[in-house]
Each structure stands twice: as structure tokens, then as C-alpha cells.
Write a protein that binds this ligand. Structure first.
Ligand SMILES: Cc1cc2nc3c(=O)[nH]c(=O)nc-3n(C[C@H](O)[C@H](O)[C@H](O)COP(=O)(O)O)c2cc1C
Length: 159
């Protein structure tokens, strides 16, 4: 064991990592999507997920305004969608059009549920906490969706 810098230690310990795509809505009622590595389950009852969003992201503005997000756990076939949602900003492009994925409105009828994802979780934001240059938004899961036959997309599948 040797002392090292944070960047080296985190690079060596992060994989295998899952990723998610959070679906949000802006103040003009337009859908935006953001690829996330920093998300986690935070409560059993009620079920909750936390997502950590950088303050420079367009999705951060969206989440301050519209207090719901869908947490999509992408399948391997959504690799291009995850790349687009993780490299382009909703300030510049309509990601929902670009990714060309089939979807339907969830039970809450607020945000798209992606048909080829492994899972989708419809969440309502219950609290948020600033964490350095990100804010953690905690959402209570209202409805869950699953495609059992799909294979999960991993960080290492990207790019
Ligand atoms: C694999 C991957 C994981 C990412 N994880 C996060 C994350 O956890 N939090 C975050 O704020 N940005 C994360 N990003 C960066 C955003 O997805 C990216 O900046 C995106 O273009 C922001 O879009 P927006 O401006 O429409 O919100 C990640 C990007 C990639 C490719």
C-alpha cells in the first residue's frame, strides 16, 4: 500500500461501474436527458435514489424547476444514447430526438419511459443537498419498470 493522489486511486477503483440516464424536464416543458455515473439507492422504505448533478449542467437547471426525474438503467443496446446524453448539452440540442429511442409516458404521466432500457424508475424529488460543485437530488421511487431479458450497459461499454 502506497500513498497516491486522489485521481490515481479513483481511476483504479471505479470499475466495474454502472451508469444511468436521468430524464428531466426544462421550464419550457421540453425533455432533457443526462448520463450519470454518480447515482445510488439511498432508502429501502420508501425506495429512493440519489443522483449527483454538476452545477454547470443544463439538467441542474431543469431539476431546480421540475421536481421529478426518471432514472433509466440503460441496456447494452442503448450505448449510443448514453454517449449522446453524456457528451451533449440540452442547451444546444434536443437529445430526445437525437437518441431515437422508443418511449411511452410513465404512470405519473410526467416523463418518458424508455422501452429498450433494462429498467426505469419514476421518482419525485423529496430533498436535495449541495455537494461541492454538484448537488445531490434525492427522489422517492413512485413506479418501477423492468425488461428482464435486457443486458445492463456498463461504463466500460461506452466510447
Ligand atoms: C459515463 C458518464 C458519466 C457521467 N456522470 C455524470 C454524473 O454523475 N453527474 C453529472 O453531473 N454529469 C455526469 N456526466 C456528464 C454529463 O452527462 C454531461 O456533461 C452532459 O452533457 C450534461 O448534459 P446537460 O447539459 O444537458 O445536463 C457523465 C458523463 C458520462 C459520459
Amino acid at each position: 500500500m502506497e500513498r497516491t493522489n486522489f485521481t490515481t486511486a479513483i481511476a483504479a477503483t471505479k470499475n466495474p461501474a454502472k451508469i444511468a440516464i436521468a430524464i428531466v424536464k426544462d421550464k419550457n416543458d421540453e425533455i432533457n436527458l443526462i448520463t450519470l455515473e454518480w447515482f445510488m439507492r439511498t432508502s429501502i422504505k420508501p425506495a429512493m435514489f440519489a443522483i449527483s448533478i454538476g452545477h454547470t449542467r443544463y439538467s441542474f437547471e431543469c431539476l431546480q424547476n421540475f421536481r421529478y426525474f426518471n432514472l433509466c438503467i440503460p441496456s447494452k443496446e442503448m450505448v449510443k444514447a448514453a454517449e449522446i446524453c453524456g457528451t451533449k448539452s440540452g442547451r444546444d440540442v434536443e437529445k430526445l430526438e437525437l437518441i431515437n429511442q422508443k418511449w411511452f409516458s410513465g404512470k405519473l404521466k410526467k416523463l418518458p419511459i424508455f422501452k429498450s432500457a433494462l429498467a426505469n424508475f419514476e421518482c419525485e424529488i423529496v430533498t436535495q443537498v449541495k455537494s461541492g460543485d454538484h448537488t445531490i437530488f434525492v427522489g422517492e421511487v413512485k413506479y418501477s419498470w423492468l425488461n428482464e431479458e435486457k443486458k445492463i450497459l456498463l461504463f466500460e461499454d461506452l466510447f
